[in-house]
Design a protein around this ligand. Structure first.
Ligand code: GAP
Length: 502
C-alpha cells in the first residue's frame, strides 16, 4: 500500500486534500490522471447499469434531503457506531473490532496454555488476575475430564471472557500501544454529518448530509416511475457523493468521510426479490471482471442475520483481497418494502404501484446494488500495480485495463528538432477529442515512457526520423514493451481496434 500511495502522490493521481495546511482527516483530492480514471469507472458503471437496460433510468438527487427522510429511513436512530478510544495513543476502535481482537488473543492464549507453548505478551490482552481466573477454570475442567476439552466448553469460556472484557475495559491492554488502563468506556456515535439551513443554528433547521444516495431514489420513486412510464420491474441508478463520520477511516481512499457511491435501486414485485438478488449478484460480479479485476481476488461474503444493516433482509458483499486483507467493495441488498413502506407511513403519501398485468396494487420491493466509486478505483489500482526490471532498471507500471486508463495514448517526438515535434503535435491534435492523449517532448525518451507506465497509459507512439521518410511511427505496449511500426495515419484505427470508440 505504501508504494501505491507514494506512486499516486508522485504522479498526481490521488493525494491528501489541503496538503499545504497539513491535510484534513482522511480526505483526498484526485489530480488530473485520478479524475480521468474515476470518471472512466463512473461512466462504465453508468453504461452498464443504465444504457444496457431499457428499464433502468438515471437520477441525480440532492445531497441535502428533508431531515424527516433520515428519521424515516431509520438512520437517525440506527446509523450509529460504538467506539472505544485509548486515551494514551488516541487510537479509536470500533467496539466490535476491539472485542474480536481480544477474542482472537484469548483463543491463542488458551491454545498456548493447553499445548504448553510460550505465551506471546501481546496475547495478554487483560491483566493477569482476570486471565488466571480462566486458566484455573480450564485446568479444573481438564483434571475432571482428562483429554480434549469439548467445543461447547471452549465456546462458553471464550464468550464469558468477551463479557468480562466488555465490563472491565480499564483492565484491558490497548492492542495498539500495549498500555493498560487507558481504554474509555464504549461511546455511541451518530455517523451522519449535521449542519443547519439558514443562519440560526437550532434543532428546527437541522439537516443531514446524505450517508447513502439510496434515499433520494426512494422519495422520488413515484415521480420517476410515472414520468418515465416505467413498469415493475424497473430500476433507478445514481452516482453521487455521500458523507459519513467514520470513526476509523483509513487505508488511503478505502474508507473516507466523503466518498462517492454508485447505487441502483431495482423495484420488483413482492415475493420476487430472491431471484432478482441472484440476477444482480451475477451482473455485478461480471462487471468487476469486465473492469479487469483478478477473479481470484474477488469473493462473495454474506452478512449473518445478526450483522444485517438495519434496512436489509438479506445482504451480500463483493469483497476484494486488498493488501490490507479481504474487504468490502459493494453491497447487494434485499431491502424488501422497508424503505417505501416507512416513507408512505411517515409522509402520508401513497407509495403503492398498480400492476396492470397482475391487476394488483402493492408497494414494490427493492433489491439494491451499492458500490463505492473510490473503493473500486483503489481496487483497480491495487490490482494493476506491477514492478519489473527492464535492462537492469526497475520499473513501476499500472497494468490497467485500457478502458479505465486515464490516458489512452502518449505521443512523443524522439527529439524536438528537425521537424519531429511538429509532426508529433499534429498527430496528437488529430487524436485529441476522440481519446484522452498526452503529448510529451520533455526529457529522455526512457523517462517519458516510464512516466506514462506509472499512470497506466497503454500505448506510446514515437515519431522518429523514419517517420519523415515513410510516415511510420513506433508503437510501444506498456505491459510487454513490445514495439511495432505502423503508419501514422493508422493510429486512430489502431486505437479503435484495441479498445473501441469511447
Ligand atoms: N445504500 C446502501 C449502502 O450505503 P453500505 O454497505 O453502507 O450500503 C455501500 O455502502 C458501499 O459504499 C460500500 O460497499 C463501499 O463501497 C462504499 N462506502 C461506504 N462507506 C464508505 C466510506 N466511508 N468510504 C468509501 N466508500 C464507502
Amino acid at each position: 500500500m505504501s508504494k501505491l500511495v507514494a506512486l499516486c502522490k508522485r504522479r498526481g493521481i490521488v493525494f491528501q486534500s489541503s496538503e499545504i495546511y497539513g491535510g484534513v482527516g482522511s480526505t483526498f483530492d484526485y489530480g488530473p490522471p485520478g479524475v480521468e480514471m474515476k470518471n472512466n469507472i463512473a461512466r462504465l458503471w453508468w453504461q452498464d447499469m443504465t444504457f444496457r437496460h431499457e428499464n433502468i433510468v438515471g437520477l441525480d438527487s440532492a445531497v441535502i434531503l428533508h431531515p424527516r427522510v433520515w428519521e424515516t429511513s431509520g438512520h437517525v436512530k440506527k446509523f450509529h457506531e460504538e467506539f472505544i478510544e485509548c486515551r494514551n495513543c488516541k487510537k479509536r476502535f470500533k467496539s466490535e473490532d476491539l472485542f474480536s481482537i481480544a477474542k482472537e488473543s484469548f483463543i491463542r492464549y488458551i491454545d498456548a496454555h493447553l499445548h504448553k507453548k510460550p505465551i506471546q505478551p501481546k496475547d495478554m490482552i487483560i491483566t493477569g488476575e482476570f486471565l488466571n481466573r480462566y486458566i484455573n477454570e480450564l485446568d479444573n475442567e481438564l483434571s475432571q475430564h482428562p483429554g480434549e476439552l469439548s467445543d461447547s466448553f471452549i465456546d462458553n469460556i471464550v464468550n464469558t471472557f468477551v463479557d468480562t472484557i466488555v465490563r472491565n475495559l480499564k483492565h484491558v491492554t490497548c492492542p495498539n500501544c500495549n498500555e493498560t488502563g487507558f481504554l474509555t468506556d464504549p461511546r455511541n456515535f451518530q455517523l451522519m454529518f449535521k449542519s443547519n439551513i439558514g443562519v440560526v443554528e437550532d434543532e428546527s433547521n437541522l439537516i443531514f448530509f446524505r450517508p447513502e444516495t439510496a434515499q433520494g431514489m426512494y422519495v422520488d420513486y413515484r415521480i420517476v416511475q410515472e414520468s418515465s412510464r416505467l413498469k415493475v420491474p424497473f430500476g433507478i441508478a445514481q452516482i453521487g457523493k455521500a458523507f459519513r463520520i467514520e470513526i476509523t477511516p483509513g487505508n488511503f481512499i478505502f474508507r473516507t468521510r466523503e466518498f462517492e457511491q454508485m447505487e441502483m435501486q431495482f423495484f420488483v414485485r413482492p415475493g420476487e426479490t430472491s431471484e432478482w438478488l441472484q440476477y444482480w449478484k451475477e451482473q455485478r460480479w461480471n462487471w468487476y471482471l469486465s473492469m479487469g479485476a483478478s477473479p481470484d481476488k474477488l469473493r462473495w461474503a454474506q452478512h449473518p442475520q445478526d450483522k444485517l444493516p438495519h434496512y436489509a433482509r438479506e445482504a451480500w458483499d463483493v469483497e476484494y483481497e486488498f493488501p490490507f486483507g479481504w474487504s468490502e467493495l459493494e453491497g447487494v441488498h434485499d431491502r424488501g418494502e422497508y424503505d417505501l413502506k416507512a416513507h408512505q407511513e411517515a409522509s402520508g403519501k401513497d407509495m403503492t404501484y398498480f400492476d396492470d398485468e397482475q391487476k394488483a396494487r402493492y408497494i414494490p420491493h427493492i433489491v439494491e446494488t451499492s458500490a463505492g466509486l473510490n473503493r473500486t478505483m483503489l481496487m483497480l489500482l491495487c490490482d494493476a500495480y506491477r514492478e519489473d526490471v527492464q535492462a537492469g532498471e526497475s520499473r513501476v507500471y499500472l497494468a490497467l485495463d485500457p478502458k479505465v486508463a486515464p490516458v489512452k495514448a502518449a505521443i512523443f517526438p524522439l527529439v524536438k528538432k528537425d521537424g519531429l515535434a511538429e509532426i508529433a503535435r499534429a498527430v496528437a491534435d488529430d487524436l485529441r477529442g476522440r481519446w484522452p492523449v498526452f503529448y510529451d517532448a520533455q526529457g529522455s525518451i526512457g523517462r517519458r515512457y516510464r512516466r506514462q507506465d506509472e499512470i497506466g497509459t497503454p500505448y506510446a507512439f514515437t515519431i522518429d526520423y523514419q517517420t519523415k521518410d515513410d510516415g511510420t511511427v513506433t508503437v510501444r505496449w506498456r505491459d510487454t514493451l513490445e514495439q511495432e511500426r505502423i503508419g501514422k495515419d493508422r493510429i486512430g484505427d489502431f486505437l479503435i481496434e484495441k479498445f473501441g470508440r469511447l
